[in-house]
Design a protein around this ligand. Structure first.
Ligand SMILES: *Cc1c(COP(=O)(O)O)cnc(C)c1O
Length: 360
């Protein structure tokens, strides 16, 4: 068996230790004689898996008791609709900060339900920065403020949490959740598709303040109401059980590593290593304002784009895969989520230096 270093933006690499536990437990989860995939979601075994995963996540992120944790389906993209459907609470508009491709999708979807005030946009600088707090123009009567703390495609990340007064702050943390400690009390709702930093695709995590639950728009389907899932412990219907279990294994892996403080130190080292390699070369370039560079997604270009296919081919031969950049940005993108080991980034940096020496 050969494992590669997988720099995919999502679905992304999972910690090898987690996959090994899943493999050991595949046929017989802890003496039940069955796989987690085969269990009733209402049985004792799965209920204990579900409760442990939630407890571990609460501990890792220090989630206060007045926040619900929901284990849903539908991806982050369904949240683009669920948020306006549930959180307008009688108001006619919401503030959205536009920092890239995912912000734009959230804005487009919200526009179906309310007036969207774009509180700031960095589109004119091709999404290579984020607005400062001073640059945000928030509406007085907005129901909430939505932003994307880490833009997965552009590779820009907020280094601060926007202050929104009494309006709840909503964050699409799909590609940054669990990468470092955050103060959950600053947020009304946090959501994330699992397939970047939590577990396999098919699970979507929502962490929301409980006073925001209820009062959805008339006609909102039961499955699209947070209240439905909050009142039923995310078991109104069959939840994504195997994803929930694997997420739980990832949470345990993070706890054993020393929690989010320890994870943040590792992530910062990985990002610095890669950005320094890019900045110290005339051959590689990253367009993002250094103050807004993502720890998780690092786009970079080669001085000669004609060499892109060769770079990808030679990298793959070294076991460094899925480095092709998003089609809207071009070049390369290395996604270095929690599960990417430091050795993987070191190997990439060494390969980049070697490639530059040979072909640059
Ligand atoms: C990947 C991603 C999404 C889309 O997630 P799905 O689960 O595929 O719907 C949304 N927002 C961000 C920031 C992402 O990185």
């Amino acid at each position: 068996m050969t494992r590669v270093y997988n720099f995919s933006a999502g679905p992304a690499a999972l910690p090898e230790a987690v996959l090994q536990i899943a493999q050991q437990e595949m046929l017989d989860w802890q003496g039940t004689g069955m796989s987690v995939m085969e269990m009733s979601h209402r049985g004792k075994a799965f209920m204990s898996i579900a409760a442990q995963a939630e407890a571990d996540l609460r501990e890792l992120m220090q989630i206060p008791d007045n926040y619900k944790v929901l284990f849903l389906q539908g991806g982050a993209s369904s949240q683009f609709s669920m948020i306006p459907m549930n959180l307008l609470h009688g108001k006619g508009g919401a503030d959205y900060i536009n920092t890239g491709a995912w912000s734009k999708k959230a804005i487009a979807e919200a526009g179906r339900y309310c007036d969207v005030n774009v509180a700031a946009s960095t589109e004119s600088d091709k999404f290579t920065s984020v607005p400062s707090q001073d640059e945000l123009t928030l509406m007085d009567d907005a129901a909430y403020v939505h932003y994307t703390p880490n833009e997965t495609i552009g590779g820009v990340e907020f280094s601060y949490i926007p202050q929104t007064g009494s309006k709840p702050l909503i964050a699409d943390m799909s590609s940054t959740i669990l990468s470092r400690p955050i103060d959950v009390t600053q947020f009304g709702l946090i959501y994330a598709g699992a397939q970047k930093n939590i577990g396999p695709a098919g699970l979507t995590l929502v962490i929301m303040r409980d006073d925001l639950i209820g009062d959805a728009l008339a006609g909102t389907p039961a499955m699209f109401q947070y209240a439905t899932h909050a009142e039923n412990g995310s078991m109104y219907n069959t939840p994504p059980t195997y994803g929930w279990y694997l997420a739980g294994l990832v949470f345990q892996w993070l706890k054993e590593l020393g929690g989010l403080d320890a994870m943040a130190q590792i992530n910062e080292r990985k990002a610095n290593l890669l950005y320094e390699a890019i900045d110290n070369s005339d051959f590689y370039a990253n367009p993002v304002d250094p103050g807004c560079r993502s720890w998780m997604n690092v786009p970079f270009t080669l001085a000669d784009p004609d060499l892109d296919p060769l770079f990808l081919e030679e990298a793959e031969a070294e076991g460094l895969v899925t480095l092709k950049g998003h089609r809207s940005v071009g070049g390369m993108r290395a996604s270095i989520y929690n599960a990417m080991p430091e050795e993987g980034v070191q190997k990439l940096v060494d390969f980049m230096a070697e490639f530059e020496k040979k072909r640059g």
